[in-house]
Design a protein around this ligand. Structure first.
Ligand code: TXA
Ligand code: MG
Length: 317
């Protein structure tokens, strides 16, 4: 298993040596390497078992740093950066030659983000290179929101995990591309469509399956527990799965007929921010129980509910 520590200087040493570490961000935990060193970045793909066609996000600590790696930052992208960075927003920008092709899977764009988690910023500020970092889970599995999640999933393959507590947001960053006047959301995440439209006006949401080369990582099957998960009307699903050991993941509903321990309510108040924060932890808990199926329902389709629904849809069988 990996060493779990809050000693940032240890992480700095590992990264300078070309090794990988797990580290906290406000969205999910990342699996980081020196983003300018292809020999270090290749280990990310190996450790995660991630296909080489799925590009990585580059993390840094300031707009000035971002400008070192992007050819230009379009006006609306700059507006978004000024309002939402540091924070759970990723901007897809035209890249220059400093970013290795391995990071971007050969694309001529690079996805960039400035996280707001204090430990992540402290780490990034101590490095003279940015960090390439996907979520710290094996490819296709549920993203980690605690150091223990990272350890459970990848602890036998990495030696150090920085512990910064539970992630505040609990869902990955929102990925945005600005193309002239058009603003396109490739992945729903921690910044809501409403918040982004509040800054740049109407956006397009273009979530993609594996076929869209602009965001090849948004594969349809993703974030999936090993236990089969069904998304739909909970009453009906419970009816359909009678005779099986059922796990329930709901916003606030519970069932008398089902073992209380096998039921997780994401937010008793129906608060979507709270629900997002505990979603991945709940999926992992249910996956660790001896249930035959996980039954879940759609959240209200606004705010963070849209991103939660996206993750549940991709997790479902
Ligand atoms: O919140 C997050 O974004 C977390 C934390 C660690 O920062 N990271 C994360 O990384 O979720 P990952 O690798 O699990 O997801 C990155 C997504 C993939 O869907 C990938 O296809 C997309 O970003 N992506 C990366 N580079 C891209 C590019 N140049 N154009 C379009 N999509 C890109
Ligand atoms: Mg991921």
């Amino acid at each position: 298993m990996a060493e779990i520590t809050s000693d940032v200087s240890k992480a700095v040493n590992h990264l300078r040596n070309g090794d990988l570490i797990g580290f906290p961000t406000e969205t999910v935990y990342g699996l980081a390497a020196n983003g300018l060193n292809p020999d270090a970045v290749v280990k990310i793909f190996q450790v995660k078992n991630r296909p080489a066609f799925d590009p990585l996000i580059i993390h840094t600590y300031s707009l000035t740093e971002v400008e070192k790696y992007a050819k230009k930052i379009p006006k609306k992208a700059l507006q978004l950066a000024e309002v939402f960075w540091p924070g759970p927003l990723t901007l897809v920008l035209d890249k220059n030659q400093l970013i290795p092709d391995l990071v971007t899977s050969g694309l001529d764009t690079v996805a960039m983000r400035i996280p707001i988690h204090s430990m992540a910023l402290k780490l990034l500020q101590q490095l003279d290179f940015p960090l390439a970092a996907p979520s710290a889970n094996s490819f296709g599995y549920v993203s980690p929101t605690t150091a223990d999640h990272v350890n459970a999933n990848l602890g036998d393959r990495i030696s150090l995990i920085l512990d910064g507590g539970s992630c505040d947001i609990g869902l990955e960053s929102t990925i945005v591309r600005v193309d002239g006047d058009d603003v396109v959301i490739f992945r729903l995440g921690g910044k809501t469509v409403e918040e982004i439209e509040g800054v740049v006006g109407k956006v397009m949401v273009r979530l993609n399956g594996g076929s869209n080369p602009k965001a090849p990582g948004m594969l349809d099957k993703h974030y999936a527990p090993e236990t089969p998960l069904f998304l739909g009307n909970l009453d009906q699903l419970v009816e359909n799965h009678q005779g099986k050991e059922i796990g329930i993941l709901s916003l606030r509903k519970s069932f008398q007929s089902i073992n209380e321990q096998n039921q997780i309510q994401l937010s008793s108040k129906g608060d979507l921010t709270q629900a997002a924060k505990v979603l991945f932890k709940a999926l992992r808990s249910l996956d660790a129980m001896s249930v035959d199926v996980i039954l879940t329902e759609k959240m209200p389709d606004h705010g963070l509910g849209r991103a939660i629904n996206d993750r549940l849809r991709r997790a479902s069988s």
